[in-house]
Ligand binder design. Structure first.
Ligand SMILES: [Fe+2]
Length: 264
């Protein structure tokens, strides 16, 4: 493999652990993104003018009741996805790592998702699952970027590759269990991923993952978006409707539009 030392280290870590956590490739792009959130939230809420961005995000449960959380979340998602360059900035935040782990001709999901986990709120939990179980291509990775520091139960968890292989071996025995039963059977092996603001997480969505009730005192804000090599096999999520090429190279442009000359 003709990889640089840094690429080899990153790749080995990803293969062994099923994820990597690194300082943002472009911290300015991340700050730009968080400033967009700050502006949107202040437009949606009243009486938050003296609060810092970090406190506003971490304490959003003081301003938005659980009953209004989903509408609030959908409004924020709509607004961020309507911003020109938002996806490009999102890509830039982890560009070096995506290029090294996935490739330099990438397809990116058209919409960026947002998760808001209020302390003690059980209404928007993500039970243990792997995206491939519901039709995603195993070639997809998830770029997960927090807007606040995430730790302990404020973080998401993942089952590492070795434990995931063991689970797959006896999957037919466990397939009938409830998702809570499944979680209980793997909870000794899952790893909660501490990711601070300023860092990015890229994880293998074919490994079981999810979150638990946020027992910390702060609200979690995290974005997620899938990436894959543009010429790798697709699952249910297709190019054009779900993914779009973002870094197609000149030779691929030529190759895709090439037609052999006709003989008559
Ligand atoms: Fe997932």
């Amino acid at each position: 493999m003709f990889k640089t030392e840094a690429e080899k280290i990153l790749s080995l870590e990803y293969l062994e652990k099923g994820y990597v956590i690194r300082a943002a490739s472009d911290l300015d792009a991340l700050d730009w993104i968080r400033n967009q959130f700050d502006r949107i939230i202040r437009e949606l809420l009243n009486n938050v003018s003296d609060v810092s961005t970090e406190n506003l995000l971490n304490n959003i449960h003081s301003y938005v009741p659980v009953s209004q959380l989903n509408d609030f979340r959908l409004s924020v998602i709509r607004e961020i996805n309507a911003i020109d360059k938002f996806r490009e900035m999102y890509y830039r935040v982890a560009m070096d790592y995506l290029d090294a782990l996935v490739g330099n001709e990438l397809a990116m999901q058209l919409r960026i998702n947002l998760s808001i986990q209020l302390p003690g709120d059980d209404s928007s939990l993500l039970p243990v699952h792997a995206d491939v179980w519901s039709g995603d291509s195993p070639y997809e990775v998830v770029l997960w970027i927090p807007l606040v520091n995430c730790y302990k139960s404020k973080a998401m968890y993942i089952l590492p590759p070795k434990s995931s292989d063991e689970l797959n071996q006896e999957f037919s025995k466990k397939a009938n269990a409830s998702s809570e039963g499944l979680y209980q059977s793997i909870k000794g092996q899952v790893e909660f991923l501490e990711v601070r603001y300023g860092e990015v997480l890229i994880f293998d969505q074919s490994l079981p993952h999810g979150n638990r009730l946020n027992d910390e005192e702060e609200t979690r804000w995290s974005m997620n978006c899938r990436f894959k090599g543009v010429f790798t096999p697709y699952g249910d999520k297709k190019i054009g409707e779900f993914f779009e090429p973002i870094t197609l190279r000149a030779a691929s442009h030529r190759g895709m539009s090439f037609k052999l000359p006709e003989l008559k």
